[in-house]
Design a protein around this ligand. Structure first.
Ligand SMILES: Nc1ncnc2c1ncn2[C@@H]1O[C@H](COP(=O)(O)OP(=O)(O)OP(=O)(O)O)[C@@H](O)[C@H]1O
Ligand SMILES: [Mg+2]
Length: 280
């Protein structure tokens, strides 16, 4: 009989059919490989349309920032990517969204396997009321895998938290500071070794020092993962991202380009108005 683990692995196998600021980065010099692609993507909540005919190609091992005014569909877009919108009864998705050329909405895609490949970090740090160790191992155990001490250390190191918590792995994750809690959530997200990490305003509730640590961490994460981050903070988008996508009210993606081009020479006047703070 197949174990849960082999079933998950099989589902994974089915699934995969087929800047300015990062001065030192060598990843720039490599040709862009698309990891996620939306084609004519529409999203509705009941009668209301939240995204309109979105076309985008998100490159591997880059940071893609999603910016735009409140209600323009940024979180909706992020949730489409790993099918978190499945949890919202009234939500309907049309068009195509592919992860490594496979439409994530195909019937044979297992959303749990998909979320193992495409992890998520939310705006408000949401560690479980469990030990630091259990928060990290949860990411693996939910996928039917057992977690070793090495796995825990690797994930916490990957989230730049190990040195701060290595002597208190059995204390509650809730006793950590807000910034540490968010890095614990990042450790939980990277424990199953995903390919993509989605982040929805991950620093908006943090003080500037804690936020800056997460920004530095994102710069490291992108060596191993592809990062898609929603942010309301223009400076943050300009600092940390390689590509920037600008959504405007109505759910239209109006500009998507290298971050330097979007911020220094946007094509669309409305984007210029938005990034210079004239609205939004
Ligand atoms: N669960 C839901 N049910 C119904 N409508 C929703 C739901 N979630 C979002 N919407 C609607 O979809 C549109 C896009 O919302 P979304 O949360 O994606 O925007 P956003 O760009 O992330 O905004 P913010 O910057 O405020 O987080 C809004 O009009 C919102 O009211
Ligand atoms: Mg949002």
């Amino acid at each position: 009989m197949p174990t849960q683990e082999t079933e998950t692995q099989q589902a994974d196998d089915q699934l995969i059919t087929t800047d300015i600021q990062h001065a030192e980065s060598t990843r720039r010099e490599q040709p862009d490989q698309t990891v996620l692609e939306a084609r004519d993507l529409d999203v509705f909540y009941g009668e209301d349309q939240a995204l309109r005919s979105v076309d985008i190609e998100i490159p591997e091992h880059k940071v893609t920032a999603i910016i735009g005014p409140s209600g323009c569909g940024k979180s909706t877009f992020l949730r489409c990517i790993n099918r978190m919108n499945d949890m919202i009864d009234v939500c309907r998705v049309q068009g195509e969204l592919t992860f490594r050329s496979k439409n994530v909405y195909d019937e044979d895609v297992d959303p749990v396997a998909l979320r193992r490949k495409i992890g998520q970090v939310f705006q408000k740090p949401n560690p479980f009321p469990k030990s630091i160790r259990d928060n990290v191992t949860y990411g693996l155990e939910v996928q039917g895998k057992s977690a070793t001490d090495d796995d825990v250390e690797r994930a916490l190191r990957g989230a730049a938290l190990w040195d701060e918590v290595k002597d208190q792995l059995d204390s509650s994750g809730l006793d950590l500071s807000g910034g540490q809690q968010q890095r614990l959530c990042i450790a939980r997200a990277i424990a199953p070794d995903p390919e993509v990490i989605l982040m929805d305003e991950p620093t908006s509730g943090l003080d500037p020092v804690a936020a800056s640590k997460i920004e530095d961490l994102i710069d490291e994460l992108v060596e191993d993962y592809t990062v898609v981050i929603v942010t309301h903070n223009m400076q943050q988008a300009a600092r940390i991202s390689d590509k920037t996508a600008v959504f405007l009210t109505g759910g239209n993606l109006v500009e998507f380009d290298d971050t330097a081009s979007v911020f220094e020479d946007p094509e669309d006047d409305r984007v210029e108005d938005y990034i210079t703070g004239k609205f939004g």
